[in-house]
Design a protein. Structure first.
Length: 143
């Protein structure tokens, strides 16, 4: 199913425009959050807890998927590093000493930029998604 088809389903969901927009925006925020591997579970949990539309929330969560998550997280980490004043984000690598622990030690300083950047990108994206989806639902229902 194409993104356009999913968005049509979101817009035509039988809920209030506010609830649809809020559910989608929350899904977008959760999908871009730095909690790798837990997006779906958190999305369903938050939707259930706050009585949001679970389907619409999950569609928002799945905006980040295997095709989009790498560019989103890369940009978010870069942005977080820039906003936190970190200039050099790619450490020099000692290729002869590569191991999991070596890689972790070399990139652990990117943890805060990653958390800060992905949270910020998620927040901005959620606000934009709320406005766009709310107006799209209202417009579609007025036709």
């Amino acid at each position: 199913m194409a993104l356009r088809d999913k968005l049509r389903e979101v817009i035509s969901t039988k809920d209030s425009p506010k609830k649809i927009a809020l559910s989608f925006a929350m899904g977008i925020f959760i999908g871009m959050s730095p909690v790798l591997g837990l997006h779906t579970a958190i999305g369903v949990g938050v939707a259930y807890l706050f009585r949001m539309n679970k389907f619409v929330t999950i569609i928002g969560v799945y905006v980040t998927n295997p095709w989009t998550i790498v560019p989103i997280y890369t940009f978010a980490t870069w942005l977080g590093a820039k906003l936190l004043g970190i200039d050099k984000i790619i450490p020099p690598m000692k290729w002869h000493a590569i191991s999991i622990s070596y890689l972790f030690n070399e990139v652990r300083f990117l943890l805060w930029p990653f958390i800060f950047g992905s949270t910020l990108i998620g927040l901005v994206s959620a606000i934009v998604a709320y406005v766009v989806v709310y107006h799209a639902v209202v417009k579609q229902r007025s036709l």
